[in-house]
Design a binder for this molecule. Structure first.
Ligand code: CTP
Ligand code: MG
Length: 229
């Protein structure tokens, strides 16, 4: 059994629209609703907390989606602050040792098979796990002048995706420690790594994209339409 925390408090600066990207419609629903329904779809996910921006006029105020409870809380200045706020807003019945899935509001194309494999592999792991995709492109290191000075071996490099699955207590402490140290943690696994832990990498589909620019929205539309949901 797990609860989900969905950070949805970003302003979407790179997207560059007045309406934050998580509220744009794609394949008949908002990006946020797709992301939320994708995690609630699994029978082991009991409910979700969504971290939204203070005074967000677009938040639809859901209390329940797909028959499961949905809570909301106010996020913070960085993604990690929003995730921490979400963890703190989980119901008291979710104890320290319970699994929490953290999933970006901006990832509407999560596939149910990936979620199932993450819950299975991560739930059996002492530390926890994240979905990740192997790097496929050749990687170049740039010099100060912007010219290529070398090629990085990509064999062991992965792109971190979400959801990421960790225990409520361990993740809370790891994020608090990272924030107290002023470390810019861009995902949950990084906070756990700073504690000396090694999250498990669970290979996920390449098309679990994070909507960052308007072009990504068109791609998400195409991917979701192709799945017929
Ligand atoms: N997020 C959040 N709180 C923040 C920043 C980000 O909850 N202070 C959320 C976003 O809403 C998004 C996810 O974290 O669902 C991933 O962040 P990102 O893709 O960077 O979204 P934004 O920060 O909104 O976009 P940008 O960086 O272009 O401004
Ligand atoms: Mg951001």
């Amino acid at each position: 059994m797990a609860w989900a925390v969905i950070p949805a408090a970003g302003a979407g600066r790179r997207f560059g629209a007045a309406l934050p990207k998580q509220y744009h419609e794609v394949a008949g629903r908002s990006v946020l609703e797709h992301s939320l329904r994708a995690v609630l779809d699994h029978p082991d996910v009991d409910g979700a907390v969504i971290a939204i921006a203070a005074d967000d006029p677009h938040w639809p105020g859901w209390r329940e989606v797909g028959g499961k409870p949905v809570l909301s809380c106010i996020g913070g200045g960085e993604r990690a602050d929003s995730v921490l706020a979400g963890l703190q807003a989980l119901p008291a019945t979710v104890d320290e040792s319970q699994w929490v899935l953290v999933h970006d509001a901006a990832r509407p194309c999560l596939h149910r098979d990936d979620l199932a494999r993450l819950l299975e592999a991560g739930g059996a792991d002492a530390v926890g796990a994240l979905l990740a995709a192997p790097v496929r492109d050749t990687l170049k290191r740039a010099g100060d002048d912007g010219r290529s000075v070398g090629t990085e071996p990509r064999e062991r490099l992965w792109r971190a995706l979400t959801p990421q699955l960790f225990r409520r207590g361990g993740l809370t402490r790891a994020l608090q420690a990272a924030l107290a140290a002023g470390a810019a943690v861009t995902d949950e696994a990084m906070a756990m790594e700073r504690m000396g832990l090694k999250p498990r990498l669970v290979e996920g589909r390449d098309d679990n994209l994070k909507v960052t620019t308007p072009a990504d929205l068109a791609l998400a539309e195409f991917l979701l339409a192709g799945r017929g949901k």
